[in-house]
Ligand binder design. Structure first.
Ligand code: IDP
Ligand code: MG
Length: 139
């Protein structure tokens, strides 16, 4: 089960730019089943904890400030090979380097404000899903 799930957030830029529906459509169209979904806003403490791995990076404060700047949509997605296939669907971190047709190519505006998050491993997918959803909220 673990290896078939990934975690995503539609980031504040894409929410405020009106792209929730289009992005969920791309996700569903690529064969992912939504098994948990909510709109929420991260507190500073939430964002610092979620991105703790980046706390020594020069962009950390910018990242926390951006991720708390407005609502996000968090979701858990299920599909065979979910983590890797979802990273392909979202594209490179820098939208200028993202492949044509990827979510970041279509909807991101910059390296920081890049529209969407995708877990980078099965282990992080499980941790990140549990950060946002209780067991009874994942179907
Ligand atoms: P990823 O989201 O593609 O996995 P990471 O390297 O894990 O990329 O970085 C996490 C997030 O931090 C990125 O999605 C982006 O929002 C932000 N970020 C990464 N590098 C930079 C940067 O150089 N400047 C500003 N923000 C950055
Ligand atoms: Mg990452």
């Amino acid at each position: 089960m673990l290896t078939n799930r990934t975690f995503t957030m539609i980031k504040p830029d894409a929410v405020s730019n009106g792209h929730i529906g289009a992005i969920l459509g791309k996700i569903a169209g690529a064969g992912f089943r939504i098994v948990a979904l909510k709109m929420t806003q991260l507190t500073k403490a939430d964002a610092e904890a979620f991105y703790a791995v980046h706390s020594e990076r020069p962009f950390f404060n910018e990242l926390v400030s951006f991720m708390t700047s407005g609502p996000i949509v968090a979701a858990v997605l299920e599909k065979e090979n979910a983590v890797n296939d979802f990273r392909i669907l979202i594209g490179a971190t820098n939208p200028n380097e993202a492949a044509e047709g990827t979510i970041r190519k279509l909807f991101a505006t910059s390296m920081g404000e890049n529209a969407i998050h995708g877990s980078d491993s099965d282990e992080n997918a499980a941790l990140e899903s549990a950060f946002h959803f209780s067991a009874t909220e994942q179907f």
